[in-house]
Write a protein that binds this ligand. Structure first.
Ligand SMILES: [Zn+2]
Length: 282
């Protein structure tokens, strides 16, 4: 990574630079506490002097990396911090939908690191209580002499296309009118391509070919890495599994459902990728 990239945005460096200033990202449960009116250099970050009033609520803190070359910490705050004046708690999903790439990365990292540390207090091998490594983001078991690193689960997500139509589906628990692309976890031993063939066939009974990679994105529910693809359908008939998917349709690029995800998140980016391609071919 070049210096320009490091100083312009977020750098996920586990080692502190011990800068004079510090940025604080404040997390309460699954919400982010943001300064009313936005912070001086980012909508989600609080400068350390302003954050001083929140330190009494701080239960845990971790270094996230650097924002514009300045050390950036995440503070896990108690529920009482919701009452702090001049701040508002924002729900994670709606915040991510509005965030640019750099803030998206930073917020995902903060939530994932806290969640991972919460759930990895004891060694899975010998049961000893582990401690945070002082040199990197790892939970250390001394008797086993091993470091456990944050767990990331790779997932595939795909927009399946058939000419100027794409396949959009909804899960049973989603709000009415909401449709998105298909997605699923990569199983142990599978390649991303194998997972795509399996997931699409299991969920909607469609066979696919000509898989192309589009991009990837972190997704903190709790630690997914979404690998985004576009693929062509070989078969047309849709047979929903009725469990993960309750409804699915072939949608023309200029006649999409009322609610599809925004392009700031991977599913929306894939849909936009398809729409742009289909529009250009008309
Ligand atoms: Zn152990």
């Amino acid at each position: 990574m070049s210096n320009a990239q490091i100083t312009n945005g977020f750098h996920a460096n586990p080692k502190p630079l011990n800068t004079e200033k510090r940025w604080i990202l404040a997390v309460i449960g699954r919400d982010i506490l943001v300064p009313d009116g936005g912070g001086p250099s980012s909508a989600v970050l609080i400068d350390h002097e302003t954050a001083d009033q929140l330190k009494f609520f701080c239960e845990r803190r971790l270094l996230l990396g650097q924002w514009q070359g300045v050390d950036c910490q995440v503070w896990a705050l108690s529920e009482d911090a919701r009452a702090a004046s001049d701040f508002s708690a924002m729900e994670l999903r709606s915040l991510l939908a509005k965030s640019g790439d750099e803030e998206f990365t930073m917020v995902c990292r903060a939530v994932q690191l806290l969640d991972w540390q919460d759930k990895h207090q004891y060694c899975g091998s010998c049961g000893t209580q582990m401690s945070s490594s002082v040199t990197e983001h790892a939970m250390r078991c001394e008797p086993c002499d091993i470091n456990n690193y944050p767990r990331i689960s790779p997932c595939v997500i795909v927009v399946v296309t058939r000419g100027d139509h794409c396949l959009l589906a909804r899960q049973p628990n989603w709000p009415d009118g909401m449709f998105s692309t298909l997605a699923g976890f990569i199983e142990a031993g599978e390649s991303a391509e194998q997972a795509l063939h399996r997931e699409v066939y299991e969920e909607v009974g469609v066979e696919i070919t000509n898989i192309r990679y589009v991009g990837s994105q972190s997704w903190p529910y709790p630690g997914q890495l979404m690998l985004g693809f576009i693929a062509d359908a070989v078969t047309e008939e849709i047979v929903v599994d009725g469990v993960e998917i309750s409804e699915a349709h072939w949608c023309r690029y200029d006649d999409l459902p009322h609610y599809v995800p925004p392009p700031t998140i991977m599913s929306g980016r894939l849909i936009k990728h398809f729409v742009d391609q289909a529009s250009a071919q008309q």
